[in-house]
Ligand binder design. Structure first.
Ligand SMILES: [Cu+2]
Length: 203
């Protein structure tokens, strides 16, 4: 009996290649995911549809990724454009500072930028200004949505590696089990005579 050894290494090799390809797939998907999406608005103050009052001079926009070459301006209830001073408070946080709003009614915040994935994004939302409305609350730098991690977090890699190792282990166990089954069958087929001496001893 000399076929058991090559079969075993063939199965083991196949399992290894399968685990490697799977691992490669998981890692490449993980690497592509964050780069494949536009940076989108996740938090704003005033927020979309919110009614604010008092002295409103600040519009904060926070995105789920980095932004570049940004433009932000307001349109007042008469459709007049209001420009202000634009600050990049963080790589994903824009602050527009304008003169205190006066005209009551709907304001449109228009913003455009180049997304982290190099795509241009052009969007807008509206809020309402009423002198007696509730105060707008500008964002503070303690907001945990600011400065998101670059790419997938550490937990993603830990889970990926564990998954690949688990799959490799499973494939190895299956290969070993298959080998044992096959050898048992061969032993059976060859009868109780000289088969027992031909089957290699378990390592
Ligand atoms: Cu995009």
């Amino acid at each position: 009996m000399t076929t058991a050894s090559p079969n075993r290494s063939t199965i083991g090799g196949f399992a290894g290649v399968a685990a490697f390809v799977l691992g490669l797939l998981v890692f490449s998907l993980g690497g592509l995911a964050p780069a494949g999406a536009h940076s989108a608005l996740i938090v704003a103050s005033p927020s979309p549809a919110q009614e604010v009052g008092g002295e409103v001079t600040i519009v904060d926009l926070v995105f789920n990724g980095g932004i570049e070459d940004s433009t932000v301006f307001l349109e007042d209830p008469n459709g007049e454009r209001i420009d202000g001073e634009l600050e990049l408070k963080a790589k994903n946080w824009l602050r527009l500072v304008v003169d205190p709003l006066e005209t009551e009614g709907q304001y449109i915040v228009r913003f455009s930028f180049i997304s982290e994935d190099t795509d241009p994004v052009d969007s807008a939302y509206a809020f309402k200004y009423a002198v007696d409305g509730p105060d707008a609350i500008p964002l503070s730098s303690s907001t945990d949505l600011l400065n998101p991690q670059e790419g997938p977090g550490a937990m993603f890699w830990v889970v990926s590696v564990a998954l690949v190792l688990g799959l490799a282990l499973f494939a190895g166990l299956m290969a070993e089990r298959l080998r044992k089954t096959r050898m048992a069958r061969i032993a059976q087929d060859e009868g109780s005579g000289d088969a027992s001496t031909d089957v290699p001893v378990e390592p």
